[in-house]
Design a binder for this molecule. Structure first.
Ligand SMILES: [Zn+2]
Length: 305
């Protein structure tokens, strides 16, 4: 069987899976024919890289890779693990008490507001880690090689720091696996948004991961509000809820692409983060608009966990 046939059937399986209610997805990957069974076996054997659409464009490859990574937020075991950390009952109690203060929002939205505040204390920001031996300040001295354990937890980038006091070397793996992040609870915006998106999904919200590729790049989360029938900006690093102009107006960032990733879709959401769309359009050169649609289309073929 050709690889594109495998991907086409894998895509069909993914669509069936997405059509199921969320609580039925884990146990309901029905196999209706021998072909599908074979495809699932083959898809499981394909490496991650081979499932990512091949493109000469680095930006498109980055988007395709991200579209596959976010499937982790649908992992039932991982969502259960997150609920061992997130105090969901307390968040609901606090949200109910304060609900009247938020007349435009529903209870679930206020739970997310409470989750943002909780997460700000749960997680900590690390620019340069303190020395693990003597807690003194460190300075960056380069990159190290990932070991087996780093790779197992999705860290391909290992930052290395030297202590200014005891001169010991300290490694700072940039973990991508949100289960590891629940344990380490530290990092920069990548780790924050990754772990926070998982926590939003764990409390039952529809959530997606947003990548702003404008240098320096930034990531955050969007949560769907049933009360307002729209996606809402949530930045865990800033404890910011529904402040989409934070970057363009607040930080003075010249945005070009803000892309939303979820198991369901890849969406260009840049417009909601700017008040001057025509000017933003003049800055978009990383891919053609048709290249963006291609990523959206191909991302659905990436399901192959
Ligand atoms: Zn030290």
């Amino acid at each position: 069987m050709q690889k594109n046939q495998i991907l086409a059937i894998a895509e069909s399986l993914q669509r069936q899976w997405l059509a199921l209610p969320r609580n039925k997805r884990a146990e309901n990957l029905s196999v209706s024919s021998e072909d599908e069974k074979l495809v699932r076996q083959l898809a499981a054997q394909l490496t991650d890289a081979s499932l990512i659409p091949v493109s000469n464009n680095a930006f498109e490859r980055q988007l395709a890779k991200e579209s596959k990574r976010v499937l982790v937020y649908e992992d039932r075991d991982l969502l259960d693990l997150a609920l061992e950390y997130v105090p969901i009952a307390q968040l609901y109690d606090d949200a109910e008490i304060d609900l009247e203060q938020y007349p435009d929002w529903g209870l679930e939205d206020v739970v997310i507001i409470k989750l943002l505040a909780w997460f700000k204390n749960f997680f900590s920001w690390v620019d340069q880690p303190a020395c693990q031996f003597c807690s003194s300040p460190t300075i960056a001295i380069g990159r190290g090689k990932p070991n087996v354990d780093d790779i197992r937890h999705g860290a391909s980038v290992i930052e290395v720091y030297q202590c200014q006091q005891c001169h010991q070397t300290n490694r700072f793996p940039r973990y991508n696996n949100p289960s590891k992040l629940l344990e380490t609870r530290k990092g920069r915006c990548g780790e924050w948004a990754n772990c926070f998106t998982l926590c939003c999904r764990a409390v039952g919200a529809e959530a997606r991961y947003i990548l702003d590729t404008t240098d320096p790049d930034h990531v955050w989360t969007e949560v769907y509000s049933q009360a307002q029938q729209r996606w809402v900006h949530c930045d865990p690093c800033e404890n910011a809820f529904d402040r989409p102009l934070l970057y363009s107006a607040g930080w003075g960032k010249s945005l070009s692409y803000c892309i939303a990733f979820s198991a369901e879709e890849v969406m260009d959401v840049t417009k909601r983060y700017t008040t001057n769309w025509p000017v933003v359009l003049t800055r978009r050169h990383a891919t053609s608009e048709s290249g963006l649609s291609k990523v959206r289309r191909l991302s659905h073929a990436s399901y192959g966990r």
